[in-house]
Design a protein around this ligand. Sequence first.
Ligand code: CP
Ligand code: NVA
Length: 315
Amino acid sequence: MIRHFTKDDDLTPAEQAEVLALAAQLKASRHTAAAPTPLRAPNGTARTVAVLFDKPSTRTRISFSVGIADLGGAPLVIDSGTSQLGRGESVEDTARVLDRQVAAIVWRTFGQDRLEAMAAVSRVPVVNALTDAYHPCQILADLQTVAERKGALAGLTFSYLGDGANNMAHSYLLGGALAGMHVRIGSPDAFQPDPAVVKRAAEIASETGGSVQWTADAAAAADGADVLVTDTWVSMGQEDEYAARTAPFLPYAVDEPALGRAADDAVVLHCLPAYRGKEIAAAVIDGPQSAVWDEAENRLHAQKALLLWLLEQSA
Ligand code: CP
Ligand code: NVA
């Protein structure tokens, strides 16, 4: 069976733990003789992985390109504006052309339905590199970073302040619940997470010993947090809403008072790009509790582990 990663809970809790353990191993063995090269074909040629972008990217583009090369493969990075996909060729026809030639398809797009349509047709693994609804690769990297700093993930309080309705909030709910964490979302009333995602995350948490909670009270959300997280208030595709997306979020900024409410040894994450003085204060993101550069690096290791795991499972 072909395994895809369209959203966080395409992995079970045990599978997520397996991928994270593999990510730690790959990080430790990078560039050594022991590093696996599953994308190197038996005749020595590189198998190709397509990495498609319908939205801008720095980290995702770099980490997938480098990671695919590390695994012995060749990244084929395509911006949709330079492909027929950007001119309206169907997702399904694109999948049928790609899957005869590449080992996996990684795609950053708008609607989750587009990514799922690709996965429904593709005979190679399809990976979500961010949609409007989820950013599951980022969560794997974030969990790897928290595990490095804190050891075990289960039982930690993971507090996210900001836009509760965006892709990061949804993936933290699902991915954090899979890891057995207590996930708290602090956001304005008008920017609450999708109730269907909260319901699914609560179901997962009931199996893993975690919990999920939404509150409009930013101080309560940050109180005692082991991990304090935020994301931009204006996601890609929402640029026209810029003016309306500032005032409601001001109380949810991850600033020094918010960090002061978290546990003394709280770790600060931000998927980046960050807007200092908006969703996060410079003193926090550039301060001693910030793990954002490890977090950005761990995109590489976590995604290599994910690709390796998906290819093994789909063989
Ligand atoms: N965090 C993240 O996905 O960054 P990019 O948009 O630069 O890929
Ligand atoms: N929520 C942000 C994440 C960027 C990595 C966005 O979708 O733009």
